[in-house]
Design a protein around this ligand. Sequence first.
Ligand SMILES: *[C@@H]1O[C@H](CO)[C@@H](O)[C@H](O)[C@H]1NC(C)=O
Ligand SMILES: *[C@@H]1O[C@H](CO)[C@@H](O)[C@H](O)[C@H]1NC(C)=O
Ligand SMILES: *[C@@H]1O[C@H](CO)[C@@H](O)[C@H](O)[C@H]1NC(C)=O
Length: 723
Amino acid sequence: MTSSISFFLALFCAVLGGCTARDLPTRSGIEAQSNLADSGLNAKITVDVSKTHAVAPNLWGIFFEEIQHAGEGGLYAELVQDRSFSGLAYTQAFLDSDETELVLNSGAFEGSHLRLAPAMQSNALPINAGLHGVAKQLYEHNTFQDGAETSQPVSWRPLGNTRLTLTKQHPLNGGNRIAMRLDAEEGAGGIINTGFWGISVEAGAQYELSLYLRRADNSSNSELTVKVELESSHGSHSYANVTFGDISTDWRRYTATLTARATDSTARLAVKLQRGAVLVDMVSLFPAQNGVEGSISPFRSDILSLLKGLKPRFLRFPGGCYVEGVVMANGFYWKPSVGPLDQRPGHWNGMWQYWSTDGLGLYEYMLLNEELGTEPIWIINNGLSHQESVPTAQIQGMVQDALDSIEFITGDAETQWGRLRAEMGHPEPWSLTYIGIGNEDCGKPFYTTNYLAFFYAIKQRYPDMQLIANCNMGQEAPTEMWDWHWYTDPDSMFNGRYTFDSMSVVKDSYVFASEYAVFDWGISTIPRGNIQGAIAEAAFMTGMERNSEVVQLAAYAPLLANVNHKGALCPTNLVIYDNSRAFGNPSYHVQALFAEHQGLRYAQTQIDSLSARDNGVAASVTCQDNACTRLSIKLVNYAQFTQTIALRIQNSPVPISNLGNITVLTGVDYRSTNSFEDPYNVYPRSGSFKDMSAEIEVELSAFSITVLSTAPGTDDLLALSNA
Ligand SMILES: *[C@@H]1O[C@H](CO)[C@@H](O)[C@H](O)[C@H]1NC(C)=O
Ligand SMILES: *[C@@H]1O[C@H](CO)[C@@H](O)[C@H](O)[C@H]1NC(C)=O
Ligand SMILES: *[C@@H]1O[C@H](CO)[C@@H](O)[C@H](O)[C@H]1NC(C)=O
């Protein structure tokens, strides 16, 4: 018997604002339709519930990289940018120089983004030398090609006539070598910080302020008070203030909880003094919000909830190219990223051209895993940057670092590195199963031999650890799992849905599709993508689900983008934000739908059509239970027109209830996307339907994904009487 759910869809489309065929501009996607000979249908989908295989339990996850202000000015909730002045010191060629003082002239604060001092420019190798693939594309499209302007906004500026001097004379501690000296000899002065393109505060909300102060010299006995004020962008309105007196000749930490009197996303933080001189360091302001175990959460809450909405099974971190660095000196190293915040030196994110405080260090990444309930996938630096490689003969220290990182994460509180974790506030060890050895490094000098050095050292001490190579190493080295990355145009992504059908675990080991996305540089919606790209990805994901015995883990990239980031902004990103707003793009909702409907088993799903490209139809069916009594049926239409498909479910172990659920994600045309003004424009709409059966016809809107959920039919009557 064939019933139809188009009645439901008719109602549904009224809600959506129309999902019937439109005069879509001709632009890729499937254009012509070829009906199945006599049925009038474009495609027939047959599901055989007796032919199933397991779905990898951690299949859908996320990949966090410190790119596009993902952490700094993004997920990391710190509101003050460059709190320890090291980013400024770095760009002014002062951080690593032999000088002890640098008086900053007004030129240092000109423009909207920090410029590298001439000494830095002439030393710097071209950043894009040796790049390939997506990183190269990013650099071809970036806006700091002159090599001088960075993607770090100018966040510090003097107030009044204050002389600002970066100094190494009285370092706060061994890790934090730079402080800022303020001299306000001629009346009131100070320094302001404008955060990440403005500090965003909300009326009534509380903020935890902390900073270190000390007198600039011993001789002054005069009264010295420092007032810290949260105020509007030009200082005309004050939102909160606190005054600290009794400033000593030693460094001391001053704290206060500030309650904002108004809402303003362009606020600034001012450190003011009446006259005299003071040293300032580690100026920090966090929203007063609780995180894991009641401590102040390091994560911005709206972005964190969007990440939770993706229901990820794993978290790959912290890169990406961020781990490698352009040169070895600006890669990510975990040891300087742990311990007290004020002792972390931070480092120049050479790849993406802004300062990292390393406030998001290995400990915080593990806290993030705890918050998200994800399986950590820790990517270690394997001694290969974009332009330099550490020879295998000299790799032992880095191998030891990797072993120590595992002890930091998993060792009990009695071990050397486990003790540090306990001191930081987490006595309980975390679990760790996956380690990635480097990023996109196959083919670089020493890759194979460095890989082997890490592989055997880790396996010897932690035999159960799953190690991830950067490619299938074939005969050269053991490969347990390997990274597979792909960025492409929408049509190629759709056509790629059979990519993994020819792979097998025996021949290809396990695959970690750790970066993929539709990248279409031509689209006008950068960095948000559009529904067409998202639907192409959905089709591709049906292929990964079908092959989830080989593809064990998969993550879209990039995850996060601050729209104000200057420079290499990717064409599409899952979560898009500025300093006060955040939303998910169409691809975000595709990812969330697949994760929500990730089942335990995949049921064989066959598509018949008269077109080589399946008429733009892709499908995948998973069972939510091992007995396959509840199905999640994902139906993808990558065509420019609405089409009706026949769905047939064979060999179901139970009768299928005619009461099911339906969720549809689509747009009014291929360009549909979300924005700050309209964050829910492309958004999944769900409802129930009562015409489900083993044989139905389903109308699929242009560029859409439809998820049908079935229940066993035995309790139909009960369900109906409760409805
Ligand atoms: C400041 O005074 C202390 C103790 O009186 C002394 O140890 C220190 O060297 C002095 N520092 C400077 C910069 O004069
Ligand atoms: C400074 O804060 C105090 C209390 O915290 C408040 O009474 C006072 O009005 C504030 N001053 C300004 C200029 O906002
Ligand atoms: C449909 O959705 C409701 C509400 O989320 C849920 O309780 C029910 O189990 C779902 N039914 C099916 C068949 O998935």
